[in-house]
Design a protein around this ligand. Sequence first.
Ligand code: PLP
Length: 412
Amino acid sequence: MRTIATCRDDFPVLDQTASSGRPLVYLDSAATSHKPLPVVEAERRFYLHDNANVHRAVHTLAARATDAYEQARRAVARFIGAPQPESVVFVRSTTEAINVAARSLGQMLLREGDEVLLTVMEHHSNLVPWQLVARASGARLRYARLLEDGTLDLDSVREILAGGKVRIVAVTHQSNVLGTVNPVAELAAMAHEAGAVILVDGAQSVPHMPVDVQALGCDLLAFSGHKMLGPTGIGVLWGRIELLERMEPVFGGGEMIREVELDHATWNDVPYKFEAGTPPIAQAVGLGAAVEYLESLGMANVHAHEATLARYAVRRLQELRNIRIYGPLDDRRGGLVAFNVDGVHPHDVATILDHEGVAVRAGHHCAQPLMRWLDVPATVRASFYVYNTEADIDALVEALLAVERVFGKGRR
Ligand SMILES: Cc1ncc(COP(=O)(O)O)c(C=O)c1O
């Protein structure tokens, strides 16, 4: 039986040394996760045995490719508690999913003076698409404030909604910097009460915790395959089917149409009207395998494992002098920790950690407004997944002692 304790063997990429010759410790899964053997094997099998375009021919391979693609859609629907597989639209990434949703909803719902409610902790992917849509529609972007500890200020959300102008709420489920997990079910209830539609950026939640769209009560959910043990180039836009049916497509081309005349066209059913052109077929198959892999581990176990690692990381980092951790220090944090070492640029920290074999990310993490709110140019971020252990965090702490040695900081 596959368990979190034994799954590391499925990730041969981890079994290597970093460029410095030290054993590799990978703490950058929030950027992208590694792929277990069953996912790589599923894609390989697809290319070696079933490869054909989908939905377009009657021959045997095309039928098998279409079955494999639609089976992946059913697996994803099951994984997020979606009532109908057709409510799962395959796109390339979270970024594409949010752009499609923003463009389509923008056209449908936003008029001059309307408002879109975002938060200060959004990734640029859930921010810039709304800026583009606001510019085109004359709508105004409003930002809910954060509390001192990096959690969302729900009073600020209430205040903005009370103005009666918000048509769309777009919020991250889990911040990719603070680790904050937002109370999405509560936000969905608040948005609906105010007559708004709510989109959830699930890029950092769907890979790491049980996510059930019906329990959350959201209208749209966006996430990426590559952050959840799946391939790059595949993402998901899930939507309530009645809403997807009312939304106009954003991309035109093959497969998304029913009839094409010289001067107009009619649209195919959901989800196909949003899947113009040849979709990422093998990648969808890989995502289906990733979903099955995560289901075999159990998402509640994945979440508990990461919560344990996050708690352990916070505790160990607090033992070091001159480390400032961002985001909540309690269990409202998911499996990542962003921090800075006093007086040392995050890129220098990451470079020394890399020399010690520890892969972390340093930068603004595509969240520049949040960096301004934190009043830092950048942070270091260590992020965890199913294949990480407490020993990886011990290696991080040991490597941070090397940073202290290089920059002359002492231990507490
Ligand atoms: C919270 C959040 N939203 C959106 C994205 C964008 O994901 P992708 O680059 O896969 O489109 C990321 C990626 O880091 C993220 O962390």
